[in-house]
Design a protein around this ligand. Structure first.
Ligand code: ZN
Length: 333
């Protein structure tokens, strides 16, 4: 299984190490398109890319040293993980990512994810003009599965071989393996495109939004969630903020930087909310850092118990936006 590529007990540390020493060894049978190689070419020479938001070429100022160095653009304030420490994205998100790291056991949280999905769908169904949906970064497809039961026509896009295989095989969903910046032909005309906790993982969120602009119907809706760097919890927890605990997070937006990014890519904001969500006790324990967390998780698992709680730490922002005509505000790259 391809999941064996990342097999370390502390995969994030090993990923950083490997990314600093060049790309991982090629897996047999894996074809790379030129588009898939583009992010890696940028990784090897990150200074050439400049700030994705304002185009400034100067190196960002170091804010924190977490799993990766966290930098802030001195010109526009965008906060991001040092691109030089970026991991090779198409080798990541193997099975271990979904069964450890920030997730206790993603697959076991299916019911909780459905519960959150139905709340989001209630809102989307009020603003969307139709019922076709693309979920970018759909993971194992649980959001799509929930949408399908409500009559939505659903497609997914997921970079993880493991998760996209699971969505196709176990749930029978139309999920493509790949990234939004190299999306397969034939994806277009969606009423809704969603990215739940995904945009912070991308190498080029600006290019992703530009692609999504082209995939949406003119009256379509973009809906996404991501961590809010300016939130009170982030300020209270500093470098120990939970979003820094995932080495695959590349960007730490706030409402201001997101608004600028959306405007540049031709979107108008419809909704900004700091909503909570249902979270399983095992995931709360996983992110708590408590000394007895692992013991409690094992105790729950042995008893097949994993209750869910509604939690709102107000450090995640959810936005809905709609495409508008592009203005010439994109930074020169
Ligand atoms: Zn900038």
């Amino acid at each position: 299984m391809s999941a064996a590529v990342v097999g370390a007990a502390t995969p994030f540390d090993s990923r950083i190490h490997e990314s600093q020493n060049g790309p991982r060894k090629e897996r047999p049978g894996r074809q790379h398109t030129p588009e898939m190689q583009t992010p890696n070419a940028q990784m090897s020479n990150p200074a050439s890319a400049g700030c994705i938001l304002c185009g400034a070429g100067n190196p960002g100022e170091l804010l924190f040293q977490t799993l990766r160095p966290i930098l802030r653009c001195a010109t526009c304030g965008l906060v991001y993980a040092d691109p030089g420490s970026r991991i090779a994205s198409h080798f990541d998100y193997a099975e271990e990512y979904y069964r450890g790291g920030i997730y206790a056991d993603y697959l076991a949280d299916r019911g909780v994810i459905h519960k959150n999905a139905f709340r989001l769908l209630n809102e989307l169904e009020r603003v969307a003009k139709g019922r076709s949906l693309l979920d970018v970064g759909c993971a194992a497809g649980f959001f799509l599965e929930a949408a399908r039961t409500r009559g939505w026509s659903v497609r997914g896009l997921e970079i993880s071989d493991f998760a996209s295989d699971y969505a196709r095989r176990e749930l029978g969903l139309a999920v493509d393996t790949g990234s939004i910046t190299s999306a397969p032909d034939g994806l277009s005309g969606f009423d809704v495109v969603t990215l739940w906790d995904t945009i912070e993982h991308l190498d080029r969120p600006d290019q992703a939004l530009a692609s999504i602009h082209g995939l949406l119907k003119p009256d379509g809706v973009l809906a996404f969630s991501t961590g809010d760097y300016s939130s009170l919890l982030r300020r209270l927890t500093g470098s120990r903020w939970r979003l820094f605990g995932d080495a695959t997070h590349n960007f730490f937006f706030d409402v201001g930087t997101l608004a600028r990014l959306l405007r540049q890519q031709g979107f108008e904001i419809l909704v900004v909310r700091h909503a909570g969500k249902w979270v399983s006790l095992s995931m709360i324990l996983q992110q708590s850092g408590l000394p007895l967390a692992r013991t409690l998780q094992a105790w729950l698992k042995a008893r097949k118990r994993n209750p869910a709680f509604y939690v709102n730490l107000r450090d995640v922002v959810t936005m809905f936006a709609r495409p508008i005509a592009l203005r010439d505000e994109r930074p020169a790259q």
